[in-house]
Each structure stands twice: as C-alpha cells, then as structure tokens.
Design a protein around this ligand. Structure first.
Ligand SMILES: [Cu+2]
Length: 210
C-alpha cells in the first residue's frame, strides 16, 4: 500500500495537468489520483469540445523492485498493458466511454491522444489505484453536475462560462457550452452571475442568473 502510494504520487507529480484554465478535458472517470475500492467497469474521458480519440492505453503499473519516489519520477516503473476494445477510437464526441476488462487490485495509468475538432493533437494521462482501502468513488456519484459561474461571452447558441468546480468531477475552468433550446440566449449577457447544471455529456440542462 505505502509503496504503491509513493508510485502514484510520483506519477501524479509527473503527469498532472499544468493548468485547468484551457484544459481540453472536462473530467475523467475514475478521477485522476483517486484510490477506489471497486474496479471500474469503464473509463470515461469527457472533453470540453468534440474530439476524436486516436490512442488510448491503460496499463497496470508494477514495481520493478527498486521503485522509489525518485525512481518513479525518472520513469522506471514497469507498465503492463491492459487489452482494450478499439471501437471507441476515431469517433468524434465529447464523451468517450471505454469498457474495461476485470481489473485486479493495483495502480493504473491511462494515456490518451486525441484530435480536437480543429485538428489539434491533444494528449493527457491520468492515474488511479484500486485498493482494498480505497474510499473514492469508482464511477460518477451524480447524474448531473451543478455549479456557479460568470458569463464571459454569448455567441449565437453558445455561451462561455468561467465556472468554479462542478460537482466533484470538473475542476474550475472557462469553457463554452451550448445553450439548451428551452433557454433564451437573450436572457444572458457578459458579466452575469449564473447557477447552472450540466449532464455528463456537458450539455447544460438548466441555467439561470443569480
Ligand atoms: Cu467546465
């Protein structure tokens, strides 16, 4: 347990996002850095705008016997690839759900590459641990994510919101959302404080000014 936590920490220090402000990722499940008790049945990567996954690797991180914090930082961990179906690749979507085979206890690292709508290559990694002592949820805890924010821009049917953390999944960030048909864009303007709710496809299901 202690050893794997050290490795997990090392991985997190190495791979954690450098900042969330312009992150192409809304959230991942299991959450980066989470220690969960039950093996997840699927992995989810949810982008803030449609993107095509072009590569996804899930690996179990095993100790090479001399793994230390420094060893981890130098990348001396041994990776054992987990076979994943390939059907999720090359589909343009915000939300990507990938079924996982039965996963044993252990530390896992997910590495992905994707192409954004405008053709930019984006990539990222996240890690989680399945442990008998885990207490984090292995899936999403709620169907909707709620939060508060400030409107930065309204453009056609799109609205850019600088928001705080949404639920326990999405960190604070500024991102663009589609305004649902049931809401009139006219009702919103730059600078408005709003409370809103999104589903896991990152569609706004309700929004109102505070
Ligand atoms: Cu967001």
């Amino acid at each position: 347990m202690k050893n794997s936590l050290v490795v997990l920490l090392a991985i997190l220090l190495t791979y954690t996002n450098l900042g969330h402000a312009h992150s192409p990722v809304g959230f991942v499940i299991p959450k980066d850095g989470s220690v969960i008790k039950d093996a997840p049945e699927k992995i989810e990567i949810v982008f803030t705008a449609p993107a095509k996954l072009i590569k996804l690797e899930l690996s179990r991180v095993t100790s090479n016997g001399k793994s230390t914090l420094i060893g981890g930082l130098l990348g001396s961990e041994v990776l054992e690839a987990i076979d994943l179906e390939k059907s999720h690749l090359m589909k343009e979507a915000k939300r990507h759900v990938i079924n996982t085979p039965m996963l044993d206890l252990g530390l896992y690292k997910t590495t992905w590459r994707a192409l954004s709508e405008d053709g930019h290559a984006i990539k990222g990694e996240f890690a989680f641990e399945i442990s008998a002592e885990g207490t984090d949820p292995s899936g999403a805890v709620a169907e909707f994510l709620e939060g508060e924010g400030e409107i930065k821009r309204v453009r056609g049917s799109k609205i850019t919101i600088k928001h705080g953390a949404l639920g326990d999944l999405m960190p604070a960030m500024t991102m663009e959302y589609e305004i649902p048909e049931t809401v009139t864009a006219i009702d919103f303007k730059r600078g408005d404080s709003v409370v809103f709710k999104i589903n896991k496809d990152l569609d706004i299901v309700s929004i109102k000014t505070k």
